[in-house]
Design a binder for this molecule. Structure first.
Ligand SMILES: [Mn+2]
Length: 247
């Protein structure tokens, strides 16, 4: 009998949205395929392109995604979720609807014997002061309570407008500003006493190694996606859909 489910998968930045049905279909296939074969799935933020609050579960598209995650959890796979900068308003009702366990950003987890720091990754982009100020504002409890007290339609409009301004800002910001700051990376290793971290956010898939330190940056999803697969022997990339044949 094969030893089941001894692998752990990591994904982030799927940016699911009804306007991108191909990505949604791919992610559904990923959940039914590789994720169903794994022991655990960690989603490290920005699963959704926008999340205005857990009453967004009433949206058919969002409900469909959550139901697919719930099927995975009910089949015995452990599902974990760290919010990203797009879906930081995910909360208890989302957890109940998906069967996912919510983790705080910057959580250390033993991944097959290696203590590993898991985070969305936006906290490492400290050169972008404007973004960090914005993040501090929207992560404050008072701001969130006030925001969530508004009707869903108002919140959705507000998020769309924030996103538009963010996209406009990105077009004029230097590329380096939106990548991680190396000092912040070193501080994160030290603060959490780890030699390995896994994050997304920058959409710059890579394995960075400095001596015994290892930082895996997850890819974003579009017409294709990808995951990081870890087991007893270490971690490696899993392209999705899995390429068949040459080319
Ligand atoms: Mn992000």
């Amino acid at each position: 009998m094969p030893t089941p489910h001894l692998t752990t998968l990591f994904v982030s930045d799927i940016h699911l949205h009804p306007s991108r049905p191909l990505t949604a279909r791919l992610f559904g296939e990923f959940l039914a395929g590789p994720a169903a074969q794994a022991g655990a799935l960690y989603i490290l933020g920005d699963l959704f392109d926008a999340w205005a609050g857990d009453d967004d579960l009433g949206d058919a598209f969002n409900a469909g995604v959550c139901a697919a995650l719930k099927r995975l959890a009910e089949a015995g796979r452990r599902v974990f979720f760290i919010p990203g900068n797009r879906d930081f308003l995910v909360a208890d009702r989302f957890a109940a609807a998906t069967g996912a366990t919510l983790l705080a950003d910057e959580t250390v987890v033993d991944i097959h014997g290696v203590p590993t720091l898991l985070l969305h990754g936006d906290t490492l982009c400290t050169d972008d002061r404007a973004y960090q100020d914005f993040r501090a504002m929207v992560r404050a409890r008072a701001w969130q309570e006030e925001f969530l007290a508004q009707p869903l339609a108002v919140r959705r409009a507000e998020i769309a407008s924030l996103r538009e301004r963010s996209e406009a800002g990105k077009r004029v910001k230097p590329q380096a500003l939106m990548d991680v700051n190396e000092t912040a990376v070193q501080q994160a290793y030290a603060a959490h006493q780890v030699t390995r971290m896994i994050h997304g956010h920058t959409h710059r898939q890579a394995r960075h190694r400095h001596g015994s330190f290892e930082r895996w940056v997850l890819p974003d999803w579009d017409a294709s996606g990808g995951a990081l697969l870890c087991d007893e022997s270490g971690c490696r990339w899993l392209a999705f859909p899995t390429r068949v044949g040459a080319g």
